[in-house]
Ligand binder design. Structure first.
Ligand code: FAD
Length: 365
């Protein structure tokens, strides 16, 4: 039986988990290479569904930047506009979110050690101590590598930037751009922060034979010339998102959670809602292990049984849009004709596609 917990990675998921464990009275230390918790926060976006946040009961008010009630999807010159009556998603400042999660963890009694990047050897040593070791160290996980977990087989390589003075068409709508020419197996996006500040980004599958930056330049040149004509770029950032899950997430006293486990939506790359949901499951399993000696393997079974179906539905949708990009324009036309845009604006819940399908059938029957 192990008596305390070491978490590698003070990203959103590691910090959230640390807070939960400390609240349960478990001695918890989190390590991160960053010297400032907000460092590199802008490499990722912060769009979260209100329904997902509601299910988690998270207070996000301190980090709120904007609210979204619509999305416009562009495929081969066709557009599908979905506009809801109320805001369905929020845009959060990732630096402020990290700060607030760190404050919660520290207030609950967790020890957060910044400026300490752990190498494979140090992690291997930790694994031999009488502790639970958690890899919350993101997409390219050193913990997973040190413990010998099988690798993740698909990633999205991203490139994003923020522009001040951009032409924002609708400050409450995000726009998604699908194209085989510049967004292999993923998409480009714009997300408004205000009437004049716009985030622009693009992802491509790691199987594409090009860099995310060159694909991003093609995307911006082809689709956003007019929008960014008077915009001033405030910063550019490259990053990586896993879009496949690890086959195993527990081995001995080592657990993986969040991006390190591949707990993201393969459709959009969103990982916060599922990662935090899985961190809740991890917290319960680790607490039961430390206090009552229950097996850590319960975590693996529990998160897969609760969230596995929803994540698989995202895989199916991702496979649909990446393989049928050419005919997706036709799909958008059909969707509009069938009123799918109205259905999505009312019932769409991308963090729980199984719930959305249930609502669809309940209404249809
Ligand atoms: C461009 C982009 C856009 C995104 N947009 C969204 C979105 O809109 N909504 C959403 O929900 N999700 C989004 N995501 C995904 C989301 O950012 C991730 O799912 C989430 O950050 C995962 O959190 P994490 O804590 O698991 O990992 P991370 O946030 O990657 O944190 C891992 C931490 O571990 C630290 N670390 C790594 N290795 C070591 C080591 N050896 N020693 C010590 N510390 C280490 C790192 O410094 C880092 O702080 C996006 C991602 C990207 C790249």
């Amino acid at each position: 039986m192990h008596n305390s917990v070491k978490i590698i990675g003070a990203g959103a998921i590691g910090l959230y988990l640390a807070g939960k464990l400390a609240q349960a009275g478990i001695e918890t230390t989190v390590y991160d290479g960053k010297r400032d918790i907000r460092e590199r926060a802008e490499t990722a976006s912060g769009i979260l569904s209100k329904s997902g946040l509601g299910r988690l009961g998270m207070d996000y008010s301190e980090a709120l930047v904007n609210e979204l009630d619509g999305v416009v999807m562009h495929v081969n010159g066709k557009k599908l506009r979905v506009k809801a009556d109320t805001a369905k998603a929020v845009v959060l400042d990732r630096g402020l979110l990290a700060q607030s999660l760190m404050n919660n963890a520290v207030d609950a009694g967790a020890n957060v050690v910044l400026g300490k990047r752990l190498g494979k050897e140090e992690i291997t040593e930790m694994m031999h101590e009488n502790k639970v070791v958690v890899g919350a160290d993101g997409a390219i996980s050193t913990v997973a590598n040190a413990a010998g977990f099988e690798p993740i087989n698909e990633y999205v390589l991203t490139y994003k930037a923020e522009f001040d003075g951009a032409k924002v068409n609708d400050r409450n709508s995000a726009e998604l751009f699908f194209s085989k020419d510049f967004a292999h197996r993923f998409f480009g996006w714009t997300v408004p922060y205000s009437d004049s500040v716009l985030e622009v980004g693009l992802g491509i599958s790691s199987s594409a034979k090009r860099t995310s930056r060159s694909a991003y330049n093609d995307f911006v040149g082809k689709e956003l010339g007019d929008v960014l004509k008077d915009g001033r770029c405030m910063g550019e950032h490259a990053s990586t998102i896993p879009i496949a899950r690890r086959r195993k997430t527990v081995m001995g006293n080592v657990l993986l959670v969040g991006d390190a486990a591949g707990q993201t939506k393969s459709t959009t790359g969103g990982g916060l809602i599922f990662g935090i949901s899985c961190a809740n499951v991890a917290a319960a399993a680790i607490t039961a292990h430390v206090k009552n000696g229950e097996p850590l393997g319960k975590y693996e079974r529990a998160w897969r049984s609760r969230y596995g179906l929803d994540l698989k539905m995202h895989d199916a949708l991702h496979s649909y849009y990446s393989n049928f990009n050419g005919s997706f324009g036709f799909f958008l036309g059909m969707a509009e004709t069938l009123g799918l845009d109205k259905f999505l604006s009312r019932y769409g819940d991308m963090d729980s596609p199984s719930l959305m399908v249930k609502r669809f059938f309940t209404r249809a029957l």
